[in-house]
Design a protein around this ligand. Sequence first.
Ligand SMILES: Cc1ncc(COP(=O)(O)O)c(C=O)c1O
Length: 451
Amino acid sequence: MAMAMERKSAAESMRLAEEVLGFIQAERLTPEQQSQIVNDSIYNFTNHVTKAILSHRKSVSTDFSVVEWAGEKAVFKDTKGDEYLDCLGGFGVFLLGHRHPKVVRAVEAQIKRYALHSQEMVDPLRGYLSKLLAYITPGDLQNCYLVNCGTEANEMALKLARLATGKKCFISMEKGFHGKTLGSLSASGKSTFREPYLPLVPGFQHVPYGDADAVETAIRMLIATGETVAGVIVEPIQGEGGVNIPPADFMPRLREICDKYECLLIVDEVQTGMGRTGKLFGVDHWDVVPDIMTLGKALGGGVMPIAAMVAKNKWWDKMEENPFLLGSSTFGGNPLCCAAAIAGIHTILEDDIPKQAQEKGDYIVGKLNEIKSNYPNVLLDVRGAGLLIGLEFAENHQGYELAKHLFSKKILVSGTINNAKVIRLEPPAVIGYEQIDYLMASIKEGLAQIS
Ligand SMILES: Cc1ncc(COP(=O)(O)O)c(C=O)c1O
């Protein structure tokens, strides 16, 4: 039960802010501060955030409580400085690890000049980042709309598809995930997230992921019944849906189908983009050029939050007369985020992060398959592309038990109480082979205990 709280005086509010600024600015926390921050965090989440979060976090719901306080390369540190190997990677955010020095340097240099844009004058970094995205994205994707997070990018993509085609409906995928704002949620295909908010935006027809025939049939049926179809929205590999890799002809066929029915192919690369799956973009596995691509997570180099919608100029041009028709975002594409993204892209290209993701991902999947052969009734499947890897268990509790065991070995993976049947591994591409071997040994040990 949350404790009721009345408004506090300015003096008390400033005292709290000063205390926290002291923590932020301290070179080293005292032992008292280390545990105070843990206790404060549990109190604050119970009373001022969402207390249910606490029961979903292994870091506070297991035998001991810790909170994250620092991060470097592939590790998070708690307030005491204990290290946790980050094999969850912020679901894709930390492709370059934590606080990559090149990204931090760019952000520091930018913040010394100016941090946020005027909203009136033209801000050059937004232009440069947009040009850079046009350089690196497939085919003739060219115009960018920069926002703060993945769901906003998808909202823009859906709106642009309607504007550009003058059509209305969308085909989206069962188990697809595109974010939690109303439009993106309408496209998403998981009942747990959608059901409490029904009715959502009308006009979304869900079909089984990976089934191109079902996409075509849905479009045909909509048209036959007097509807119009603006686009198909799809992840090239489903992340949140359980690391689902489609058949090899799925994405190329979607391209053909969209061309045939003159609707737009919107590819959500928020999680798969920037090198995570072993190619710079998920669609590069099949050489497919979408009409609109959305990016997020790793785009900010693991340091700043930024997302983007990148569209072909022939669609974008339809709203050229009114640049605010699609939307406008106060913070979208701000100079700090753009500086981080530009440095992040440079690092991804210079260090060939997609190749690293591919090689390390192959190594992990190879080892996991060896482990799987000893536990065929517990670990049913190992699948992945690059460093987006899923371990499918026979039962929910087995996945959760493994995630809990790994946490006791100071390794973070994504296994939630709600659905741990598929555990996701998304380590940073900068993870070392020694760290990977430690992860593998710990998974092996965990499976031995569970079975
Ligand atoms: C494929 C995909 N699209 C969109 C989103 C939503 O991104 P955000 O949480 O930044 O709004 C996510 C987040 O997990 C995602 O995985």
